[in-house]
Design a protein around this ligand. Structure first.
Ligand code: BGC
Length: 536
């Protein structure tokens, strides 16, 4: 019997696991024949080669693991948002707001669009009003019966409709005809509990959540599309005219009383319940913010100043850009492959449309460069753009099971990666954490930038005139959007970053109020407060 060891090799020759079977021991002193010496030598060599192979293999896997950890720590570093960085970003946001308010088209980054919304709802609005909320992959139609100060919102109903993807890149007629058709059938189902004023044409608020240069409260020109929409013939056109023509083609009698951005709808919805609401933020498919500004602080304002002395500014903050933004290779990839390369950097780093795609790009790089998930063959699904939606990122992130079973399930269902090690799942979890935390902290920096601009970043004890003159102890941020609503850890990170950036008193004075579907209701409320029959 051969002296030494025998290695049993498994299917993958490049990664042989050695099982050593010891032969019976041979007395050292036994005389050996030259044949047996040669045989021994041969066996020794064989063993050596197999040992080398096996150690090469474990070297290989430990090299791959080391490589993955290196990539991960580089990525973590590149995505970092330490406090000083957040402060720089908040200051840069404030500075951009100032320059965006100076000239007609805004700054190169922030359009800072005045909205012409003069009457924020107060609670005394009455009657039946509709809203259409278009801004993502779904749109909503809703109706609200308002009962004045006492009864407030008596009844509401809505319907959510998915927009067929081909309509997002077709013609404006196709898109508006589709919306008008859905609106018509919704209006036709108006039933008990809803009562239109006899002799009044039905009125609706239109939340159109893209950058629009408003020319009045019910007209505005589309500047460009975002969030995957690309309907070239709509750019430069009056959105309300296009929509009302489509409504007319359906033969319906309903008029647009107010054209607003979803942030403005959310602000109005927030104000309806809480007068301390000064700004609103959307963190959904896309992202944006609007706030109440003193008209004197808007050099580009034309015409008579509003009676209130205040204007609502739609910032279009999704296009914010700054050298302080911690951009990584993944952000560049996402941007280059988008329908609007070079635009909306901030949005592409923090909003729901893109977080999943950023995670996917990072995983694909780790798989390609460091054999994450075993390699060398990479699942085609992992290379498919937008195969990982942000809701999955949130689910991965919230997996607290000991062996990350939910992460394993998602990797299997979404990317068809059937077997993963715990280490790999942990890395996927960490990547989601890094990307979500960065997004949430950047959103927080944006909010602090606005607080800074309106003098509400120091809390009620500040000597800043505008804060004290308003005699308010709270600043409410009305928040809407599925990303914020459903991604709890994102909320936690965002709040923590706001608290980190502000003094304790200031932080306590800032209240974030989630107004679920605030934009839809708020838009209907704005139709009421801008109604042609408005008498209150
Ligand atoms: C649009 C904004 C909108 C935001 C949130 C962005 O892509 O440009 O107008 O408010 O998404 O829906």
């Amino acid at each position: 019997m051969a002296i030494g060891s025998r290695a049993v090799s498994y299917a993958n020759p490049a990664c042989v696991k050695s099982v050593v079977v010891r032969s019976q021991s041979v007395p050292q002193w036994r005389a050996l024949s030259s044949q047996s010496i040669a045989h021994q030598q041969q066996q020794k060599n064989l063993t050596k080669t197999k040992k080398q192979k096996s150690s090469k293999c474990s070297n290989h896997s430990s090299t791959a693991a080391a490589q993955i950890h290196l990539l991960l720590s580089q990525f973590r570093q590149a995505s970092a948002t330490p406090l000083h960085r957040l402060r720089q970003l908040a200051d840069a946001m404030t500075a951009e707001m100032h320059s965006g308010l100076m000239s007609e088209g805004g700054s190169e980054q922030l359009k800072m669009l005045p909205t012409y919304v003069e009457n924020l709802p107060h609670g005394d609005e009455e009657g039946l009003f509709y809203a259409v909320d278009l801004g993502g992959t779904n749109f909503r139609v809703l109706r609200v019966q308002l009962g004045g100060k006492e009864k407030r919102i008596v009844k509401q109903e809505y319907q959510e409709v998915a927009i067929p993807p081909e309509l997002m890149q077709g013609t404006s007629k196709e898109l508006f005809d589709f919306i008008a058709k859905k609106l018509a059938s919704f209006v036709a189902r108006e039933g008990e509990g809803f009562e239109a004023h006899s002799g009044h044409v039905r009125e609706l608020g239109f939340a159109f959540s893209f950058p629009v240069l408003q020319t009045s409260v019910k007209s505005g020109i589309l500047v460009h599309w975002t969030k995957g929409f690309k309907i070239s013939d709509a750019i430069g056109k009056d959105i309300v005219a296009a929509f009302e023509e489509a409504i007319g083609r359906k033969g319906d009698h309903i008029r647009v009383a107010a054209l607003v951005n979803d942030t403005v709808g959310t602000l109005a919805g927030g104000r309806y319940w809480n007068e301390d609401t000064m700004l609103s933020v959307i963190l959904g498919t896309g992202t944006n913010a609007c706030y109440i500004e003193q008209v004197d602080a808007v050099p580009k304002w034309r015409g008579a100043p509003p009676k209130s002395g205040e204007v609502i500014i739609n910032m279009e903050w999704g296009n914010f850009r700054s050298p302080y933004l911690p951009r990584t290779f993944a952000d560049e990839e996402v941007d280059i492959d988008s329908v609007n390369p070079g635009d909306q950097w901030f949005e592409k780093m923090i909003s729901g449309m893109y977080l999943g795609e950023i995670v996917r790009c990072v995983l694909a790089k780790f798989a390609q460069e460091a054999a994450l998930f075993g390699g060398p063959i990479i699942s085609p699904k992992l290379l498919e753009p937008f195969s990982l939606g942000t809701p999955y990122v949130s689910k991965i992130h919230s997996d607290e099971s000991a062996d990350l079973t939910e992460v394993a399930r998602i990797l299997k269902d979404v990317f068809e990666i059937r077997r993963t090690t715990f280490q790999e799942r942990k890395i996927v979890h960490d990547i989601c954490d890094i990307i979500a935390e960065r997004g949430a902290r950047l959103a927080a920096a944006g909010i602090v930038g606005i607080l800074n601009k309106i003098g509400r970043d120091h809390g009620p004890t500040a000597t800043n005139g505008s804060y004290l003159s308003s005699r308010r102890s709270k600043t409410v941020v009305a928040m809407d959007g599925g990303l914020y609503e459903h991604y709890t850890q994102y909320q936690v990170y965002m709040r923590a970053a706001i608290d980190e950036m502000l003094s304790e008193t200031a932080a306590q004075s800032v209240v974030i109020e989630l107004s679920k579907d605030g934009s839809g209701i708020g838009t209907a409320l704005l139709a009421a407060s801008h109604s042609q029959y408005h008498t209150f």
